[in-house]
Design a protein around this ligand. Sequence first.
Ligand code: HEC
Ligand code: HEC
Length: 443
Amino acid sequence: MQPKQFFAFFFFLLIFASCRSREAQPTNEEHGNRLYEAHCASCHGAKGNGNGPAAPYLWPKPRDFTAGVFKYRTTRGPYPSDTELLETMKKGIPGTSMPGWDILKTNDWRDILATVKRFIPHIEDSAAGPYIEVPVEAKATLESIEEGKKLYETAGCPACHGPQGHGDGPAAQILRDIWGQTISPRDLTHGPLKWGNLNKEIYRTLLMGIPGTPMPAHEGTFTPAQIWSLVHYIKAIQKMPADYNPSDPKRYLIDVVQIDGELPDDPAANAWQKAKGVPVFLKPLYSAPNIPEWLTVKALSNGKETAFYISWEDDLPDMKEGRSDGVAVQLPTKEISDPSELPYLGMGHSGNPVEIWKWEPGGLRRFASNGIGTPLTLLPSEAEKVHEKGAYDNGRWHVILKSSSFKSGGYLSFALWDADIMSHAGPETFSEWMQYSPSAEGD
Ligand code: HEC
Ligand code: HEC
């Protein structure tokens, strides 16, 4: 009911981002520090030790850069290469709160990387190690999948990953990582996997294990053919919508298809067939089984209004008073001319406010957030400017938000509430910043 309840969590997320102001003409180092402070420090901490003010509300925990151990590795040296660090920062880590920032530009990346590396002791003293070689892939066949299944069952995987790969094996409850945190193996049936979802990336994970965690290395234990069979088995049990590519560097783009006449507010309207569904990956704050990890969005415009059709799978609709399923879009309040000026994803930051439009089965409410220190303000309903319609049908929520306030192009992000998941306050999952703009094709 109370906006406070819904967003209490995000106030914590903001503690860091909001108590700083800057805006002086930056040098590169200042630029990197400024971006780090606005977009990374609330989780990873101002000193890079993983102890940002949001960390207590997240699981898995943000990385402590000062410990010098990194999980995503494509080389064998003691420290990750620049390429490895950049890959994580651009793609983010599926199934965790770590957002990807492919939307930024090369110079932003170079500067953030330099800031992050200043937290990692001795990284500059160490030469990059050799690449982890992945042999040519054996072809996936019914036999290789069957062989992988057998190997999975006999090689001890179910103890941690569970008999069906859901991450619920008997040992899963007691696993800890070297940072002293509980850790659970990701549900292998729920793609995309955290440390790379391409076959060759899964091969590498199985070969090398995951540094800092109980996931063992299998180099020397299995032959390459056996590892490929495990990869094929994992891919065979994985559930992810077709065409969803978590490492697509353009995954943040939403095409707005131009049409004539009234924009539909019925999900069944033919006009929606003109728009391509764009997959939006979602980041759980507090990882849990069955947490929604993607939604689909379509956009139409007639030049006056723009409509977003948001839909997601949910096997149990919750419409309880106080805590129900729902979706929010977050919009920067200021004009953004370059993605590096975007507000912090967790409800903006001081001097860089956001509007949050939250839909739940009772209707739509709009809030303004300017970071901590400023109360979340409920905005007037402006019913004439914002039309909403939502329904649950056939295992999915379908929500349409239509408004003349959506400009012809801009930035937005999404957050989902799934009320049958144990509440940790705030939304269950959120997306990276997305950019919408008129489709080149139009019609
Ligand atoms: C909302 C919280 C959050 C924000 C914001 C965030 N991260 Fe992370 N980050 C995480 C979490 C959680 C992990 C660890 C996930 C895991 O180990 O499963 C992580 C891991 C990492 C890693 C380690 C990957 C590895 O190989 O071990 C790097 C590097 C990183 N983040 C960089 C950044 C940078 C740079 C930014 C800002 C541009 C950023 N993060 C913003 C939550 C966040
Ligand atoms: C002792 C417990 C344990 C055993 C045994 C184990 N794993 Fe893991 N595994 C883990 C943990 C914990 C993680 C998660 C690490 C992380 O996400 O940081 C993991 C991660 C993985 C990943 C990467 C998931 C991702 O999201 O990228 C794959 C693939 C995987 N395991 C497959 C296997 C297979 C196949 C076997 C058997 C050959 C196996 N594991 C045995 C604990 C284990």
